[in-house]
Design a protein around this ligand. Structure first.
Ligand code: NDP
Length: 252
């Protein structure tokens, strides 16, 4: 296939979980520009409707990705009525910052459900259809915390480590069915999830010094990795975690 056609997403449908803002929205926008039909997801229906209008998105699946039955029903209904989901980006996630000795158990549980269990729930629901077709792309959003810890976010670090390993497990079980399952591990990006860090000049100063690129990432800078992993260009890439972090994990 000639370049750049190998990066084309034309005729493909992509579901991006947690795409009403931040990284998910940027990835949805980028894949739309690469030719994909976009299916937005989040819990807040009003916000999703607004974003869908602005983005001219093709579909919306409003559901809580921690709810196994709701996810299964929504994915099956979509596949039945609107056609195949060719690309899945498991992006929905949350953060909670508290020293580990004081970490509230309910926040620990919420992190487990939102950052790990959701990847299983949506991944399984979509993969069952992909397996039947013998092709599909799954991209899980990991983090630099897949490799490294930071004070006050031990449970988040645990969840993102698990996303890296669940990606390897998906690839191991599903590559033989024609699926490519990979992860993108972003460094630090200015999104609502990081609002507390973005507004903290001390953190920004630390980050700029710690990051070889010397700055925060821009969400559009994750699009190239996503289009690569969603397109025919990555047909023999499986179980990989692609760090897009300005070099943080390459350097001490
Ligand atoms: P945001 O908080 O800005 O956005 C999170 C999105 O997920 C929202 O659209 C939210 O919509 C949705 N969401 C949250 N919980 C659920 C749920 N249970 N069901 C469905 N949708 C849900 O986060 P970011 O864009 O910053 O982060 C996106 C992903 O990237 C996360 O997995 C995060 O861990 C990861 N990441 C982010 C980094 C960064 O620097 N920002 C760095 C590394 C990784 P709604 O509330 O309406 O449901």
């Amino acid at each position: 296939m000639p370049t750049p056609e190998i990066f084309s997403l034309s005729g493909r449908s992509a579901l991006v979980t947690g795409s009403s803002q931040g990284i998910g929205l940027a990835l949805a926008r980028g894949m739309k520009e690469a030719g994909a039909k976009i299916i937005l997801n989040g819990r807040d229906e009003a916000k999703l409707a607004e974003v869908a209008k602005a983005l001219d998105a093709d579909h919306v699946i409003a559901c809580d990705v921690t709810d196994h039955e709701a996810v299964r029903a929504a994915v099956d209904a979509f596949e039945h009525s609107s056609g195949p989901i060719d690309i899945l980006v498991n992006n929905a996630g949350m953060q909670h910052r508290t020293p580990l000795e004081d970490f509230p158990p309910d926040r620990f549980e919420a992190l487990l459900q939102t950052n790990i269990a959701s990847v299983f729930h949506v991944g399984q629901a979509v993969a069952r259809h992909m397996i039947g077709r013998g092709e599909g792309k799954i991209i899980n959003i990991a983090s630099v915390q897949t490799a490294l810890a930071r004070p006050g976010i031990a449970p988040y670090t645990m969840t993102k480590g698990a996303v890296g390993n669940l990606t390897k497990g998906m690839a191991t079980d599903w590559a033989k069915h024609g699926l490519q399952c990979n992860a993108i591990a972003p460094g630090y990006f200015d999104t609502p999830l990081n609002a507390a860090l973005v507004s903290d000049p001390e953190f920004s100063a630390w980050l700029e010094k710690r990051t070889p690129a010397g700055r925060w990432g821009r969400v559009e800078e994750l699009v190239g990795a996503c289009v690569f992993l969603a397109s025919p260009a990555s047909s023999f890439v499986n179980g990989h975690t692609l760090y897009v972090d300005g070099g943080i994990t390459a350097s001490l």
